[in-house]
Design a protein around this ligand. Structure first.
Ligand SMILES: Nc1ncnc2c1ncn2[C@@H]1O[C@H](COP(=O)(O)OP(=O)(O)OP(=O)(O)O)[C@@H](O)[C@H]1O
Length: 482
């Protein structure tokens, strides 16, 4: 930028204005300050700044209203919303409303200057086309961990970079992938989603790359694969950890060369596809185990977004429930149910193994099944009882394991899994054998292993006792190998 960037700071707090003015001027920017939002719209008629930094809570017109007016009339001006932690709710809606970024108060002044400089660059880069509105009203969350997610989506807007989304099932990985697509330069091209865990292995290759007529028995016509369908757009590969090794190799090649062959095809096909991958598994662990290619992992792991489990952001449960209850009522054409505090408190204490998807289903169930508008604990679906009990016992051992792991980390230990995994398996084996009175065949079945695996584990873990006698020994020949 050749000329000095013009920054407007809008905050009723004099000390904040002072600190920002000083720091931004030192960074060679021209600063104009306003102690409230009144008059800003008028001033915009006369002059357009490069970036606006605005507080949310102010007398007169509040930051969000101001933001709406600015983004409606001057979509090309990036706005940075400054907010106190207690106002995250508003901050998130600000983001939805089209703010460039938001800056949680108290902020680090260097970070603030950095952010303003980034916004200036962005403003400068956006020539003919106005910046996209970061509008993801369907992703709900006020917890700090979700704020990080929104921040990441905001940062990645306009980018074509490969993203890896990590999180348990039902945490919203596909939703985030979609938002990334919608805010990217590819928004007008297709978003194609494919779940690796849902397709039979032998169909996966042709699903991804398509096939020529006669490529295999049953291939009666030529078929386009998902890569071709997604040309110019985004291909969302869900459960990437389940991709078979040979396909990983092919995927890597497409990522490197931008071209591939249909199954049975001889002509290379060129595509321009952005990959967003997701998994609930720890890919690094899969790499260590040899079931995921390390080079592919590095290629995908350029930018990672982690989605928290619902139990880690239980403060969002009320907000999500209100949203899902309203949505379900709209779908069913009835009045929305309202959660009473006792019911909400109960929901907040549950473990939610199915995460947001399970919460959404609960809202649907309640909309159909609850007889009164107000929902109390007694109206909650009976199957939630099960989660609650599980949550309690799970909590205990997971909590202990967490504390143990933290202690080991604090002690500076490494290769922790080397001792944790054998200990974990030893305990399960001991309990199962205790339960079956030493019968290995039965214990293996209860653990979900084949008999041979159990025998090998017992040996590897040094659990063999002299003279140990297994009454089911002669069943060995009938046991499927594992
Ligand atoms: N933050 C959120 N706000 C609103 N709805 C959400 C949110 N997160 C998830 N959902 C809803 O929960 C359901 C599951 O989300 P989604 O399919 O994106 O999860 P996922 O992590 O991709 O799950 P899976 O790994 O099982 O495919 C969807 O109906 C989605 O709309």
């Amino acid at each position: 930028m050749n000329r000095v960037p013009r920054i407007w700071v809008i905050d009723d707090d004099r000390s904040i204005r002072w600190v920002l003015e000083r720091a931004l001027r030192q960074a060679e920017m021209d600063v104009t300050s306003f102690s409230n939002g009144v008059g800003v719209m008028d001033a915009l008629e006369r002059e357009t700044p490069d970036v606006i930094l605005s507080d949310i809570r102010m007398p007169g017109i509040d930051g969000l209203e101001l933001l709406e007016q600015i983004t409606a009339r001057y979509p090309q001006i990036p706005v940075i919303i400054m907010t106190a932690h207690s106002d995250l709710n508003s901050a998130v809606s600000a983001f939805h409303g089209g703010a460039f970024e938001y800056l949680p108060k108290p902020f680090d002044i260097d970070e603030a200057v950095d952010q303003v400089q980034r916004a200036c660059r962005k403003h400068n880069d956006a020539t003919a086309e106005p910046p996209p509105l970061l509008h993801s009203p369907d992703i709900i969350g006020e917890a700090p961990s979700m704020q990080e997610v929104f921040r990441a989506i905001g940062r990645l807007a306009r980018s074509n970079i490969t993203v890896l989304i990590n999180g348990e099932s039902g945490t919203g990985k596909e939703l985030v992938a979609h938002a990334l697509h919608r805010h990217s330069p590819r928004a007008k091209a297709p978003f194609i989603a494919l779940n690796m865990a849902a397709i039979p292995r032998d169909l996966m290759e042709s699903e991804l790359f398509g096939h020529e007529r006669g490529a295999f028995t049953g291939a009666q016509t030529r078929r386009e694969g998902r890569f071709e369908q997604a040309d110019g757009g985004t291909l969302f590969l869900d459960e990437i950890g389940d991709m078979p090794a040979e396909l990983q190799t092919r995927l890597l090649r497409v990522l490197a060369d931008g071209e591939f062959y249909r199954v049975g095809g001889l002509t290379p096909i060129k595509v321009d596809v952005r990959i967003i991958a997701a998994t609930h598994q720890n890919l690094r662990e899969l790499v260590a185990k040899g079931s995921f290619r390390e080079d592919l992992f590095h290629r995908l792991n350029v930018i990672r977004i982690h989605l928290p489990a619902l139990r880690e952001r239980s403060e969002d449960i009320g907000l999500l429930m209100r949203h899902f209850l309203a949505q379900a009522a709209k779908e069913l054409g009835c009045e929305a149910k309202v959660l009473a505090n006792d019911a909400l408190e109960r929901l907040e204490r549950l473990e939610w193994p199915g995460n947001v998807r399970q919460l959404e289903n609960t809202a649907r169930w309640l909309t159909v099944m609850a007889s009164t508008k107000q929902i109390h604990v007694g109206d909650l679906p009976p199957d939630l009882e099960g989660i609650s009990a599980a949550a309690h016992s799970d909590d205990q051992w997971e909590g202990t394991l967490r504390a143990w792991t933290r202690r080991r980390l604090q002690q500076g230990d490494h290769d922790i899994l080397d001792s944790a995994m054998p200990a974990f398996e030893r305990i399960l084996i001991e309990c199962a054998l205790e339960h079956t009175g030493g019968r290995r065949q039965e214990a293996a079945r209860l653990l979900g292993w084949g008999r041979n695996t159990l025998t090998r584990k017992i040996k590897d873990l040094g659990m063999e006792e002299d003279g140990s006698d297994d009454p089911s020994e002669d069943d060995e020949a009938n046991t499927p190998a594992s």
